[in-house]
Write a protein that binds this ligand. Sequence first.
Ligand SMILES: Cc1cc2nc3c(=O)[nH]c(=O)nc-3n(C[C@H](O)[C@H](O)[C@H](O)COP(=O)(O)OP(=O)(O)OC[C@H]3O[C@@H](n4cnc5c(N)ncnc54)[C@H](O)[C@@H]3O)c2cc1C
Length: 1011
Amino acid sequence: MRVTPEMILAATGATGVEEARLQVIGADMLIRSRAHKTGLLSTKFYSDALMEWSMKDPNFKVQMFRFVDAFPVLKETDDIYDHLQDYLGQPGVTVPTPIAAAMKVGTLAKGLAVKTIGGQIHSMAEKFIAGTDAASAVGNLKELWNDGIAFSVDLLGEACVSDAEAAEYQAKYLDLVNNLPEKVAGFKANARLESDHIGKVPRTNVSVKISSLSPMVDAIDTEGSIAALMKRLVPILEAAKAKGVFVNFDMEQFALKDLSLELFMKCCETVDFEAGLAMQAYLRSGPDDARRICDWAKRTGRAVTVRLVKGAYWDYEVINAEQRGWPCPVWGTKKQTDACFERMARIFLDSTPTQAGQGGVKLALGSHNVRSIASVLAAAESRGLPANAVELQMLHGMADQLKHAASDMGLRIREYVPVGQMIPGMAYLVRRLLENTSNESWLKAGFVDNADPRVLLAAPIDGAGVEDKSNLMAVAPERHALSPAVPSVGNSRPFFNESFRDFAGSGVRKGFAATVAATAAPKVAIDKTPEDANRMLTSAARAVAAWDAVGAHKRAMVLTRVAELMRLRRDELSAVMIKEAGKTWREADADTCEAIDFCEFYARLAVPLFERSRIGRFIGELDETLYQPRGVTVVIAPWNFPLAICCGMTVAALVTGNPVIVKPAEQTPGIAKILCDMLVAAITQVTGDRELAGCVLQFCPGAGETTGAALVRDSRTAIIAFTGSRDVGLDILSAAAPPSPFDPAGRAAADGLRHVKKVVCEMGGKNAVIIDTSADQDEAVLGVRHSAFGFQGQKCSAASRLIVVDPAGPNGPAITHFVQRLVEATKALVIGDPSKPGTDVGPVIDAEAKAKIEGFISRGEAAGFACERVAVPAGLEQATGRHYVAPTIFTLVPETHELANQEIFGPVLAVVHARSFDEALRIANNCAYKLTGGVFSRRPLHLERAKREFRVGNLYLNRGITGALVARHPFGGFGMSGVGSKAGGTDYLLQFVEPRAICENTMRRGFAPEL
Ligand SMILES: Cc1cc2nc3c(=O)[nH]c(=O)nc-3n(C[C@H](O)[C@H](O)[C@H](O)COP(=O)(O)OP(=O)(O)OC[C@H]3O[C@@H](n4cnc5c(N)ncnc54)[C@H](O)[C@@H]3O)c2cc1C
């Protein structure tokens, strides 16, 4: 492709003059930096043995980096050795000879092998991390300064899960801001580093990650998050102002972008400190974000610095967007990111203040890409800005040649210097390793592959055939093929899950909040009697043939029509559940999405299911199978997923041709009524027959003990679809069972039967999560907290047993530390009114549930187990008129105690100790319930063993154990967790039909047409 000046201008905003000038600046910088090559840290970095092997073999790289990620948490030599052997033993990995030799030695002397590899990892980490704390990094900072390079100190640490951790980070930042200026005061003056084109630049520069300052930073509650963050930030910023320290806010994941921008502006309006903010060019919203900050700076007369970067979380953003079904926020090709960087830089340059006291944005470039840097320097020149109007910033341990070249060229250059321990620093280190070994990396192309300068300085314009990697969502239905595509059913494409609301968007939040405020759950009397049930059974039984005759295709269209109706009232449905069941915003939204998913998924499965299928190709004989509806279905729905589960069971029965009577949970009839009204409306619309609709779908709000019992026991009922507690489930199973003809009393009843009832029965869980020695603690704490206390633990999939492996015993460091972190993280949960966006834990369903849960807690306390409870805010019950149980964690519970083996269905977690992974698996399996389970481990062998030996219906590895998605995670257990095949799975519908086989002799007088 020939690149024209017009194309360059369109992509980057660079004029012909700027493009010509950048080639000169870029070439100069490249020549100077290549001359600086020998002996420099970053060249050494690439020649480091581990890196060299990693770049040669992608399989080795993946396994090695995974091992590096787990390495800091591993304490015992044997454990380290075993992990290493596991990783390198993965299929397709060629182990470099020196490592293979070390491993061989290791069979005799594991300590030696571990020391060799451990030493290499430490030395790699030291290249990126300048010291364990600011004091130990001062020597490094001085060396840098003397080399003509300024610094910005960053405290390593990724996930902050509790207030205690946030307070610790705040203290560290305060210490930095208060004490670093004195430590660097003795560095000799450097006018180039300490002034820009309009005035003085502070010597001490600190970078802050906002998420480290509060455990509950979440865009869903932007206002609350900003208030919590400012509580911790403002003292730091005031100290910075007093000490003349520059504070830069780093930019993290896209979900926090708008929140970070708002927080930054608010902080600047509150404290007059020397302020900076990182902004990311890999975001499609980059240019709009840039204009927003420039407009604000001009409007308020504030001069701030923007560190323009490309962005460090590209892979995460692409993966996360597809997993949640959201549009991808980042550009799909590297060149688009590069071009956006140049475009955004020009927006900032156009609002750079030209004299002191003017509002606007001063630009810093966080990049090691000479093309990107030179482009901006040329653009600054053409705007008449002096060279020192722009600062260059680069990462510690990377691109030292470039830093020295920039210094030689008289440019302002600053290094971003991370300090901290290896464990919290590991995520940072792995990001850097991946970035440096990526084929997309400019640095690798420039200094390892020694690419041609013309290529390195070429304008970032995508050529034909460049794969846009962010486009996963557009092709997701076909790529995953979760169901067949059925013409004119839904959008005629394969099924794909409904996307959750992205509450990071302020419009989404406002709309949702308004709907919640305006919605009340419909009042529905629970007044249907056994006589009413009897009448409903009569009309349902009469509708069996007519509903069958409607055909699968039209019935499927009923389901997709209901899905459409739900989408139209989506937030309202969620709001009803918030009001009626006490769900929090996200839980309610997920419930609505799941209901829509059941409709769309089962609709697509049903059409091919009802097509007759031929068996074999025998000549003269036509063998076929087909399915027919079973008959009247009674749905007995639970209150905990009052829309999704009720909808799933109901539409599965309907689409397979069975009339349904829905008996909702007594606690949540309002949402069930809305669902049933929608179903009747959709059946009427599709069939044009209101009377049929009224018989095919009947709503029966009545008491379980009387009306529910009558429906279940009636001989006209062909299917019972039930989800609920074990006790009710077992009662239904025994009530539905036919009498034994060998029992004298049962003989007559057995003779009167026309069919045996089919029971689809999903019951409870007592789900365990295992924390292995190599677990990623940040992920595990958050995963367990959400699984145990999300929706107050009132999910059959919720975590209620936590099995922590600690070879050192029940009071060993691994279990003690993990439980401490989990307890602190749990204390950070906000217990409140579920209609507020910032609430994490709402009420339990009713007074009876509260009493039952509290009973377990009292007995646990009486038994003397260590117990941590979060306090329910005073007055909350009175203010909301609801019943609350605080999240509660019992520690060192014997596996035989009721806390560790009975379903509590509330926010109560029992921690059990295991000495080894083997023991953990045994304890996990030693339970009658077999629903969900989880393992957090970074040992491949243990993950594999869990797949084979941890016997539950749904096993989750290295993630939370709730939130199964239709089609992707077919859901359901065995043992005492239920009978029946998985909801949201491809064979679920088979439970609602009866198979028939037909064999036709097509041969007449010895003649068959096919021959
Ligand atoms: C001083 C400093 C501070 C930083 N602070 C932050 C920060 O606060 N927040 C943050 O997120 N990052 C930050 N970074 C990291 C930065 O975002 C980049 O990851 C890093 O600098 C690499 O970009 P580059 O221009 O040096 O290299 P290049 O090799 O030119 O660019 C690499 C970048 O291109 C992008 N990319 C790669 N592949 C694709 C693709 N297929 N499609 C689209 N884009 C792609 C990615 O963003 C990747 O990091 C900082 C970097 C520096 C130097």
